[in-house]
Write a protein that binds this ligand. Structure first.
Ligand SMILES: NC(=O)c1ccc[n+]([C@@H]2O[C@H](COP(=O)([O-])OP(=O)(O)OC[C@H]3O[C@@H](n4cnc5c(N)ncnc54)[C@H](O)[C@@H]3O)[C@@H](O)[C@H]2O)c1
Ligand SMILES: O=P(O)(O)OC[C@H](O)CO
Length: 326
């Protein structure tokens, strides 16, 4: 929608002929965006080569579990000079790789050329042209600024950031915290608990991000605290909704079956749990979510475990003077 509003002819690739047909004939995509009329410049195809022919910019918006497969299909069809952008929030389940690493591998391009577009941006609001701000992050200033120019308009404001790793890690892990916020709300724990989850969630996102090579300040930005707040508080969030359903007593399988859409936080909890061990970074909220989702721990017991942790400083960094004096 944003690109079409900016004058681009947009071709969407989908596996399903009936979905392409609906988009082309009726300008709707009713399963995913009910009651929305799409821009006439948006057309859909099921043939990848047709989707990519002559493209100036290619946006991957698949799920983290399917993006490698989709990129493999697209490899060889993307024009040499096209910008490659992604809006995927997660890690690859088995390899724990970031999305830009997967794209670089599959498309045989340097990771430094890839751009990630991330931030507080529920599709349901963007498509209604509600004011939205995001970050275009890339190691390449030229690529980040080109993508900024493609997307910027009166309702969609894009900032640039060279910290690709930070923006990708932030976008992925906020979904775990949103699952936790949904659980907390579903249990009736109130606003203090949710604010605590957001704040301490941000602390553990920053710790892992720094260990992976990100800059801490990125987590204070749109891809960090911005997306964390929207996903933990918005009625549009699938991750929040999944958490609240779990609190209501549904099993994980029942929740995922009833959602019918991506709940990235589930796979990302597994990945972040493994990453926290790989990098030796404490991630207590992620650890408790892992226990609830995959080890059968009751959500209330997970909250008790978080509240009962051994006393600690709010930030090792801020408490440095004390720690050095000891
Ligand atoms: N929805 C949002 O508001 C939003 C905003 C920003 C980022 N994202 C991110 O975008 C990514 C996609 O999310 P979404 O909201 O579009 O999910 P979705 O569940 O609404 O749609 C995912 C689509 O991918 C298709 N798909 C699944 N496996 C596939 C495969 N192997 N090959 C081809 N297509 C396949 C599904 O059929 C479905 O049409 C996620 O990483 C999400 O975090 C979503
Ligand atoms: O609906 P969610 O929980 O997948 O969140 C969607 C976007 O990531 C919000 O920025």
């Amino acid at each position: 929608t944003v690109l079409a509003d900016n004058g681009c002819d947009v071709t969407v690739w989908t596996r399903r002929a009936e979905q392409a047909d609906e988009i082309n004939r009726h300008h709707t995509n009713s399963t995913y965006l009910p009651n929305v009329v799409l821009h006439e410049r948006i057309r859909a195809v099921t043939d990848m080569a047709e989707a990519l022919i002559g493209a100036d910019i290619v946006v991957f918006a698949a799920t983290s579990s399917s993006v490698r497969e989709v990129a493999r299909k697209a490899a060889g069809c993307i024009p040499q000079n096209a910008y490659v952008v992604h809006a995927v929030k997660g890690f690859e389940r088995d390899t724990l790789k970031r999305i830009s690493t997967i794209l670089a591998e599959e498309l045989a391009r340097p990771e430094s050329s890839i751009v990630v577009l991330s931030g507080p941006s529920h599709a349901e609001e963007v498509v209604r042209r509600c004011p939205t701000t995001v970050v275009a992050a890339s190691m390449s200033k030229e690529a980040a600024e080109a993508v900024q120019d493609y997307f910027m308009n009166a309702y969609f404001r894009v900032y640039t950031n060279p910290d690709l790793i930070g923006v990708e890690v932030a976008g992925a892990i906020k979904n775990i915290i949103a699952l936790g916020a949904g659980l907390s709300d579903g249990l009736g724990y109130g606003d203090n608990a949710k604010a605590a989850l957001i704040t301490r969630g941000l602390a553990e996102i920053g710790r892992l991000g720094q260990a992976m090579g990100a800059q801490l300040l990125t987590f204070a930005g749109l891809a960090g605290v911005g997306d964390l707040v929207v996903t933990c508080t918005s009625r549009h969030s699938r991750n929040w909704r999944a958490g609240s359903m779990l609190a209501g007593g549904m099993s994980l399988d029942e929740v995922l079956a009833s959602m019918g859409m991506a709940v990235e936080g589930v796979g990302t909890t597994r990945a972040a749990y493994a990453l926290s061990r790989r990098y030796g970074v404490p991630m207590p909220i992620t650890e408790q979510l892992h226990a609830v989702l995959f080890e059968g721990k009751p959500p209330k017991a997970a909250v008790e475990a978080l509240m009962g942790r051994v006393r600690t400083h709010e930030s090792e960094e801020v408490a440095k003077a004390w720690l050095e004096a000891e």
